[in-house]
Structures are given as C-alpha cells and as structure tokens.
Design a protein around this ligand. Structure first.
Ligand SMILES: Nc1ncnc2c1ncn2[C@@H]1O[C@H](COP(=O)(O)OP(=O)(O)OP(=O)(O)O)[C@@H](O)[C@H]1O
Ligand SMILES: [Mg+2]
Length: 329
C-alpha cells in the first residue's frame, strides 16, 4: 500500500488544540495567554524550520478563537501560491467586505499567510500597508522559515515566535503514542533511531514511521526503519552512482526509479544521499567532487522550484554519465 492510498498520519495526528502540540511549551503558553483575551492578541509571526508545528499552531489558534466555524472567519493564503501581492490584497479586501469580522471576544477576522518569506520586498511593503489599514478588523498570522527575510517594519508589528528543532524525547513519545494508536509494536531504540534521523522535524519523523509501518504489519523493527530512513539504502544509492559514473545511464536510471518507487524516497532525499555518497567515492579527485557537487546543487534547486522529480533526477544522472564517459577517455 502506498502512502497516498492511506490517510496521511501527519494529517490524522495533527493537533487540533494548542494543548496537544508537542514540546514548544513557552510558545504554547504565550499563545494561550493571548487567547484568554483575544482583543489583546497582536499580529503574530511564526518562524522556524520545517515540520515543527507553525501551520498547526496557526490553525489551532483559529479553532480556539472561533470554534467549529473557524473557517468562516479565517482566510488562509499561501504567499508563494498566489499571483503576487495584488491577489493577496484583493482577497483580504473581499474577505473583510463580507463582514466576516469575527464575533464576541474576537471581533476580527484571522488572516493566515503561509510562506510569507517568499514575498518580494515590494510585496512585503504593500502587505505592511494592508496590515495597517485592516488592523481594526483583522489579525494576521504570518508564517515563514526565515524571519530575517521579513522586512523590519512588519517584524516590529508582530509578536515573533521562533520554532526550532523539537525535543528528541518529546518526539519519540509522540511517535510511540501514534504507534500505539495504530496497534504497532515499536521498541524504544527504534523510535530513537527515527528521531535521530529526523533532525527535529516531526513531520519527517511521522512520515518515516508510516512508511515503515507499510512494510510489515504490526511491528516496526530497526531493519525496516533503516531501510526507510535510508541508512541501509546508500548501498542502493552507491550502486546507482557507480553505474552513472561509469557512463551507464540506462541502468542508473532504472535504479533511481526503484529508489523512488519501491523505497518511497522523495527526489530531495535521493539528491541529498547522492551528495553524501559522492564525498565518499575514493577514485574521484577533489576537483571532480566539486564539479559533481555543483551539478547536484543545480538539480536540488530545480526541485525546490517544483520541477518534476523523475525528470530532474534522470537529467542529473545523464549529466553524471556524461561526466563518467568523458572521464574514461
Ligand atoms: N509541535 C508539533 N506537535 C505535534 N505535531 C506536530 C508538531 N510539529 C509538527 N507536527 C506534525 O507534523 C505535521 C506538519 O506540521 P506543520 O504543518 O505544523 O509544520 P510547519 O512548521 O508548518 O512546517 P513548514 O515550515 O514545512 O510549513 C503536522 O500535521 C503534525 O502531524
Ligand atoms: Mg507550514
């Protein structure tokens, strides 16, 4: 069974109230204090690494402010999806025009702007003006990975919360509670292994757990986890690299499809592991490693821009084969 056919556990176990959020005690307490007197709630800027609960926290706030009908009073925008600041402005204007200005203790609407660090400088300046003119009727929650990419005048209008790597023990406990709920046995050291590899990103950890669970029913053992999180796979990646570097494009490409299809790796993970493996190849000179790293960097970037990962990885392997062929001459 693939991940897509099943409910994603990251969604199934996404906290619905601030209380359920794992770790982040200080942030949760401050947010709860604001929610006791919603009128005092400032605009918020939630910044930090992926998979640590920023979007989750914003949605919890919406639910706690407005209850079950939170969607009526909440506008969720993704700064990088929208066609620029004009669209954002129009949607915010439309939203407030329909009188969706909250009720009771929270007489305002909530505007959640995800990936706001993707907005250009001029767009942010425009956003700042929008925040000013609609501040009586709206509260903003801006979400981003890098607060340094948000212009100073916006930062100074917000209460800033920084989300850093989540606590390892808290993550391991959360994984265990999911495992229990899914009737899975998982020895503590296996949970630790997943946490170790996840680098403070709980979304990654939960996805790894779900992938491992799909391999064998009932038990999550170390071997499966290693397979899923990739420590066992470098062999597979190594082989693919060796094929490519010896100019054997078609075979390398087939192995790449296995990695993605059978092992469920994302394009990013394959690229990341290729990078790691290249550094270990003893017959390459430092200059050659640098050249290959450059190529990898280019494809990593293309993937972040949303390019198709099969095609990009094929093209990457093609470049490596070309490199291998010219080297052999
Ligand atoms: N602190 C947390 N407590 C509980 N669950 C969490 C936490 N952080 C992440 N998760 C889990 O990971 C999933 C993704 O979290 P979320 O969308 O909030 O991440 P994010 O910080 O917004 O990441 P990104 O920067 O990539 O948007 C959630 O659905 C939830 O299952
Ligand atoms: Mg998010």
């Amino acid at each position: 069974m693939t991940l897509k056919e099943e409910v994603m556990w990251v969604e199934k176990y996404r906290p619905k109230t601030l209380n359920e959020i794992v770790d982040l005690d200080h942030i949760v307490e401050s947010l709860q204090a604001f929610l006791k007197k919603p009128k005092t709630m400032p605009h918020l800027l939630l910044a930090g690494i992926p998979g640590t609960g920023k979007t989750t926290a914003a949605l919890c706030i919406a639910r706690e402010l407005f209850g079950e009908n939170w969607k009526t009073f909440t506008l969720e925008l993704n700064a990088s999806d929208e066609r620029g600041i004009n669209t954002v402005r129009d949607r915010i204007k439309d939203f407030s025009r329909y009188g969706r200005s909250g009720f009771g203790d929270a007489p305002f609407s909530l505007i959640i702007l995800d990936e706001s660090d993707q907005m250009t400088g001029p767009a942010q300046t425009a956003l700042r003006r929008i925040m000013e003119t609609s501040s009586r009727t709206s509260r903003f929650i801006l979400i981003c990975n890098y607060s340094s990419k948000i212009i100073e005048p916006i930062q100074s209008r917000c209460a800033i919360f920084r989300f850093s790597k989540l606590d390892k023990q808290a993550m391991a406990e959360h994984l265990q509670s999911i495992a229990q709920n899914e009737n899975l046995q998982m020895p503590p050291e296996v949970a630790e292994k997943i946490v170790e590899y996840s680098n403070g990103d709980l979304r990654y950890a939960i996805n790894a757990l779900q992938t491992a669970a799909a391999y064998r029913s009932g038990v999550i053992d170390e071997q499966t986890v290693l397979q899923v999180i990739g420590e066992a796979s470098p062999k597979q990646v190594q082989l693919m690299l060796t094929k490519a570097l010896s100019g054997n494009f078609m075979e390398a490409r087939k192995m790449m499809y296995d990695l993605i299809g059978q092992y469920g790796f994302s394009g990013f993970e394959v690229v990341r592991q290729m990078q790691r493996e290249i550094m270990k190849v003893s017959h390459l000179s430092d200059d050659e490693k640098a050249e290959l790293t450059n190529i990898i960097g280019e494809y990593d970037f293309r993937l972040t821009q949303g390019a198709n990962s099969d095609i990009q990885l094929s093209a990457l392997l093609a470049q490596f084969s070309k490199f291998g062929n010219s080297r052999g001459k």
